[in-house]
Design a protein around this ligand. Structure first.
Ligand SMILES: Nc1ncnc2c1ncn2[C@@H]1O[C@H](COP(=O)(O)OP(=O)(O)OP(=O)(O)O)[C@@H](O)[C@H]1O
Length: 582
């Protein structure tokens, strides 16, 4: 339990001073909680003495007591306020920083990181997991540490008045802590299972929502529901199991404290009876017995919550300590943009995909990469952008080994237009602006015009302020593609990597997309994963990839003269597009 608390405090980084300051306020707060008990005991004793006629209860006494109580009350509110002010917002502040930090980390890791950490897992870490730590982290510090500070402060007061009673309290607290430890051990065991069930539930839900169109199309509702139903059931089962085990240890923890309370009353009464304790002290001890354990009783819930926080932090550590792909890279300015692959070997994990790939792309030339599905075309493009690092060989741009560069300084030279366009849930304006955050409205409209999307944007009710994805503003595949081209035009990078859409778009859209691409690639070094005959035919160089190897390279005319995959590929594409090449 305290290990987890220490971990939460470490997590708060340079804000930990505020947590420690909160502990000091908590101590004084506890003293002011104890003061009214002492005051009440003194007051009651005065009343009894007055009734017995041994001492007169004067107005002065009453006023002193009243003043004492008011000071106690004000002190309690003051230190309680200072404690909350010092500690409570720390969780929110650290979480906000942490989320931004994770965003920065994810930008700099290899794409391989996402193969081993699925989207559900990462999404859960940044959203629900972090929210859990955000909500409960500081609450746990308050419950556990401030709870124990309060009880130990009161024990100190009791030891000061009667050592025996103070020791009974101490024994009760220690015994209850022992059962909490056992409860913690159980939670330790259950936490990974609970966490796994939680992640599976999130992953299954995301999968289910993403697959709804396919499920509907194939009428497979039953099959797809089974995955989420199993995940939900597992989550329910583990929660019930945790709850059952919790009840046993929790009962022992509470009973230890209750027994200590009863013992305080009995021993205080006995001592008063045999004359070893005076009346005010006895009254004080009895009153302490009612309130002293109130703060530690609630700690039982904390053990389970702390275990979950611990698990969550393990997961966050994995992201926080993820290796940056460009850890050793430096910022370099490129002066030319020709691309060279020199005997590049690359494997996803142990699965070798590219085998001794070598080619040269002169700057400001167009290169079409063709090959069967799964031959390695996308992988080549991903390596140019350093989404992954090569296993062997060298990739240079402008003579510069890209492994020596920081990703940011490399990627500012590259625009990528993907086949599956991703647009953010934001305005069209901001989606285009993403290509160059410092661009003004004029530049954005100019890029949209070049990308042939200005006219259809202007025909939308909210024009450039249309939120993409909102009801009624869903764009067609071709329109989204043109917006992504506008984004790339705005970025105006000297290298353009384009994955040509294989999905058929209507002829008008196709025509507009081609015009948009022509604007995008003017004077650039262009690499296209090409599917259209026109793109392939007009390229300065064609790279034919087969099973991870470049089996043919050259211009269209040169490759037409060779026997090989290119000729076969062309005749298939000709048939598909109804073309004939002469
Ligand atoms: N992230 C990944 N992890 C493991 N294997 C991968 C990954 N991405 C691709 N592969 C594998 O690498 C091989 C080459 O994939 P790549 O996407 O480069 O092919 P491609 O030629 O672009 O295919 P397509 O035309 O279908 O897009 C395939 O066998 C694919 O299954």
């Amino acid at each position: 339990m305290f290990r987890s608390i220490k971990r939460i405090i470490r997590w708060t980084g340079n804000r930990k001073k505020r947590i420690y300051r909160g502990f000091v306020y908590s101590f004084f707060n506890s003293l002011f909680i104890a003061m009214p008990i002492m005051g009440t005991a003194i007051g009651l004793n005065l009343v009894i003495e007055d009734m017995n006629g041994t001492k007169k209860l004067t107005t002065d006494y009453v006023l002193y007591l009243l003043g004492f109580m008011i000071i106690a009350l004000l002190g309690r509110f003051l230190f309680s306020y200072l404690k909350a002010k010092s500690q409570e917002s720390v969780g929110y502040e650290v979480t906000a920083d942490q989320r931004i930090e994770i965003g920065n980390i994810l930008k700099r890791v290899s794409l391989g990181f996402f193969d081993t950490h699925n989207a559900g897992e990462i999404a859960a870490s940044v959203t629900t997991d972090l929210s859990f730590v955000e909500m409960y982290g500081m609450k746990m510090i308050d419950t556990v540490v401030n709870g124990y500070i309060c009880v130990f402060t009161m024990i100190l007061c009791m030891l000061f008045y009667k050592i025996e009673i103070g020791l009974i309290c101490l024994a009760g607290v220690l015994l209850s802590a022992f059962f909490l430890k056992l409860l913690g051990n159980k939670s330790d065991k259950n936490a990974p299972e609970h966490q796994f069930a939680q992640e599976s539930m999130i992953a299954a839900t995301i999968e289910y929502i993403r697959g709804i169109p396919i499920v509907k199309a194939f009428k497979q509702e039953g099959v797809s529901r089974k995955g989420i139903e199993d995940a939900y059931k597992k989550s329910k089962d583990i929660n019930i199991k945790i709850e059952k085990e919790f009840t046993v240890y929790n009962s022992f923890h509470v009973i230890s404290l209750k027994i200590a309370s009863i013992a305080i009353v009995c021993v205080a009464a006995l001592m008063a009876n045999n004359g070893t304790m005076d009346m005010p002290t006895m009254l004080m001890m009895v009153m302490f017995s009612f309130v002293i354990f109130g703060n530690v009783e609630g700690i039982n819930n904390a053990t389970h919550v702390l275990e979950i926080i611990d698990e969550t932090m393990d997961k966050l550590d994995k992201i926080n300590h993820a290796e940056y792909i460009d850890e050793d890279g430096v910022n370099k300015e490129l002066s030319s943009y020709d691309i060279e692959f020199d005997n590049v070997i690359f494997a996803y994990d142990k699965n070798e995909i590219l085998k001794n790939v070598s080619f040269h792309i002169p700057q400001k030339s167009t290169t079409a990469i063709i090959g069967a599905s799964g031959s390695g075309k996308t992988t080549i493009c991903n390596l140019i952008a350093r989404f992954y690092d090569v296993n062997k060989g060298i990739i240079t741009i402008g003579g510069q080994n890209i492994k020596d560069m920081k990703c940011e300084s490399l990627l500012k030279n590259i625009s990528m237009v993907f086949q599956n366009v991703y647009l953010f849930h934001d305005t069209i304006y901001n989606n285009i602006k993403f290509g160059n955050p410092s661009a003004g409205k004029k530049d954005i409209i100019k890029a949209a015009k070049k990308a042939r999307c200005h006219d259809f944007i202007m025909s939308l009710p909210d024009k450039y302020d249309t939120i993409i994805g909102d009801a009624g503003s869903t764009l067609s595949g071709g329109e989204k593609q043109r917006i992504s081209i506008a984004r790339a035009i705005l970025k105006d990078a000297p290298i353009v990597i384009l994955d040509e859409a294989t999905a058929s778009v209507d002829p008008e859209n196709e025509y507009e997309i081609q015009r948009a691409i022509s604007s995008l690639v003017e004077g650039k070094t262009m690499i296209t994963i090409a599917h259209r005959l026109a793109t392939i035919q007009n390229a300065d160089q064609i790279l034919v990839v087969d099973n991870g190897e470049i089996v043919q390279k050259g211009s269209h005319d040169k490759l037409l003269d060779e026997e090989g995959i290119y000729k076969n590929f062309l005749s298939i594409r000709e048939k598909a597009e109804g073309w004939s090449i002469v």
